[in-house]
Ligand binder design. Structure first.
Ligand SMILES: *Cc1c(COP(=O)(O)O)cnc(C)c1O
Length: 397
């Protein structure tokens, strides 16, 4: 069907919460997508850092098809083998001990907050604990996740939001120290800020926060929903820093297209926080998503995805640096591995719109950053192709 007809139908039946690109994607193959009119796109967006394996991966698809024919859903009232296997593999990859599977990233954040609050409540029986989160953070759209999202635009219409949350400045350890008190139960941050504009944590900042947490018995929650799952060259971004969280959230590429998230924690936190009856979900971690996560984690280790990201990410970084030096309105490049941002002094929304016309999908972060979060299976030749297309776009400014 023609795109403009679909756009009309969307408008009359789907709530208008997104200003979409004028394209209806139909199918994918490798790192390319095709729209309903047959036009081909090189994908440097990956459905917002989700499609780590690209499209139509036969091994992954077959595992899903097999599980569909076997069993989709049972509820969490019964044991389920695919999800137990997924949990074992995720805990091993995350160097953590217990996992709760959710249906999304925002629910993973909700669960992490509930875990931290319950942990503090178990210790002193009081209910006035505080959280410290970061300015320019993004943790999701449900009310608990909004409460820790440091962006007034997302929050304001929905105030008051639950809990006592204080906001520090990212990469400013003193601003965190000033907010810590006896009521602080957790410090929550993205290891690398995504939506806020691709800002990696500085080594000393992350180490400093870990130290505060250890000294004051505060839990460190790292949101790895976007930067985790191999995107930055290690399975989880914190592993590169060597700063381990007490609770970690994960989603986006965890299911590579199947809606699933998780919050994962140490045994010490698990043993002293959520108990039977404290938390639940009907769908979360059903056999279908369990089979998906399990297969994703197998493929990641069999195909050495993190090593591939280290190499290809370094190349992308080098080529973006080169690009930056060629355009005076390119102000900065930031990021790790295959999570890169290019800060521009021209309207980035317009850049991504013009890129679409060139057959390139690339998205934005914050107000002035072009965001590159391609499938992790991207190769050097795809980086070259992207740069070539992007140059045509940038030359038009
Ligand atoms: C996308 C994202 C979320 C929210 O995940 P949803 O699946 O959209 O609910 C939370 N935190 C970070 C860092 C994200 O990038």
């Amino acid at each position: 069907m023609e795109t403009n007809i679909l756009m009309e139908q969307d408008k009359s039946s789907i709530l208008h919460t997104y200003n979409r690109f004028p394209v209806a994607l139909d199918h994918g193959e490798g790192v390319y997508l095709y729209d309903t009119e047959g036009k081909k796109y090189l994908d440097f967006a990956a459905g917002i850092a989700v499609q780590a394996l690209g499209y139509a991966d036969q091994e992954y698809n077959q595992a899903l098809k097999d599980q569909i024919d076997k069993l989709l859903h049972t509820s969490n009232l019964y044991y389920n083998q695919p999800t137990i296997e997924a949990a074992k593999k995720l805990c091993a990859a995350a160097e953590l001990d217990r996992v709760f599977f959710t249906n999304s990233g925002t629910e993973a954040i909700e669960g992490a907050i509930k875990t931290a609050k319950k942990y503090a409540y178990e210790k002193d029986g009081s209910t006035d604990h505080e959280l410290i989160a970061m300015n320019h953070s993004f943790h999701g759209r449900s009310l608990g996740a909004l409460a820790v999202t440091g962006n007034a635009h997302y929050r304001e219409p929905f105030e008051p939001l639950p809990g006592i949350v204080k906001f520090a400045d990212y990469n400013d350890l003193n601003s965190v120290k000033k907010l810590v008190n006896d009521k602080t139960c957790a410090i929550l941050l993205e290891t690398i800020q995504g939506e806020g504009g691709i800002y990696p944590a500085e080594q000393e900042f992350l180490e400093g926060i870990r130290q505060i947490c250890d000294e004051k018995h505060i839990l460190l929650i790292l949101d790895e929903i976007q930067c985790g799952m191999g995107r930055c060259g290690t399975m989880f971004a914190w592993q590169e820093y060597g700063v381990k969280p007490d609770i970690m959230t994960c989603a986006k590429a965890l299911g590579c297209g199947v809606p699933v998230g998780a919050f994962v924690m140490t045994e010490a936190v698990a043993d002293a926080s959520l108990k039977p009856g404290d938390h639940g979900t009907t769908y979360g971690g059903n056999p279908f998503v369990g089979a998906a996560v399990s297969k994703v984690l197998d493929i990641f280790s069999e195909r050495k995805i993190t090593e591939h990201v280290k190499e290809t990410g370094a190349y992308l970084e080098q080529e973006l640096e080169r690009l930056k030096s060629q355009y005076p309105f390119a102000a900065a490049r930031r990021g790790r591995g295959l999570m890169q941002g290019l800060e521009l002094r021209v309207p980035v929304k317009e850049v991504s719109s013009r890129a679409l016309k060139q057959g390139l999908l690339v998205i934005t972060a914050g107000d002035n950053v072009l965001r590159f979060v391609p499938p992790l299976v991207i190769e050097r030749k795809h980086v070259d192709e992207m740069i070539q297309k992007l140059k045509i776009v940038l030359d038009s400014f």
